[in-house]
Structures are given as C-alpha cells and as structure tokens.
Design a protein around this ligand. Structure first.
Ligand SMILES: [Zn+2]
Length: 100
C-alpha cells in the first residue's frame, strides 16, 4: 500500500487546506498577478495559455520574461480551484476582477 500517515491526516481534515486557499476568488490572480496581467493582453478572453495564437503569456515565456514553471503552477492551481468550485456547486471558477 502507498498510504502514508500524511494521507490519513488529509482524509481526517477535509476542506481545511481548500478553505484557506480558495476562500477568496481573487486569491489566485493576486498570487499570480504577473500572469493575470499578461492574460489581459491575450487575443482570446478565455485563453488557456496552451497553444492559442496571440497568447501574451506564452509570448513572455518564449522571450524569457517568465519561467515556464510559473505557468505550470498557475494551471495546477486553476485546475484545483475549478474542481473545488464544481464540488461546491458554484460552477467554474471565474475571476471577479474586472478587465480594464
Ligand atoms: Zn494566453
């Protein structure tokens, strides 16, 4: 079995970490404010920053302005957040921050 004592701790405290992480919908944008800022310049409003044309985030990575790892971490957080809001029945996570 791959179970470790840590797994049991996680099972015993459902949602504790999530509440801290996802209490504020804008927390992700604040943590990754550079990506959020770049995303405003993406060609598409719903850009996933994967291989879309005119993606400002991918451009910044290509030009060496941002580490690729940062985008990977951002996407991971976004997936976790999506899953969290789906579980809560509130639909897909969307930033409440207004676009300029
Ligand atoms: Zn993009």
């Amino acid at each position: 079995m791959l179970r470790t004592p840590e797994n049991y701790i996680l099972i015993d405290m459902p949602g504790v970490r999530e509440v801290q992480l996802y209490d504020d919908r804008d927390a992700l944008d604040m943590t990754f404010d550079d990506i959020a800022e770049l995303a405003k310049s993406c060609k598409f409003n719903d850009c996933k920053h994967e291989n879309e044309p005119g993606c400002a985030v991918l451009e910044a990575i290509e030009e060496g302005d941002m580490a690729y790892d940062r985008l990977v971490n951002y996407k991971k957080m976004l997936r976790e957040m999506d899953a969290y809001w789906k579980r809560k029945g509130k639909g897909k996570y969307k930033s409440s921050r207004k676009r300029a």
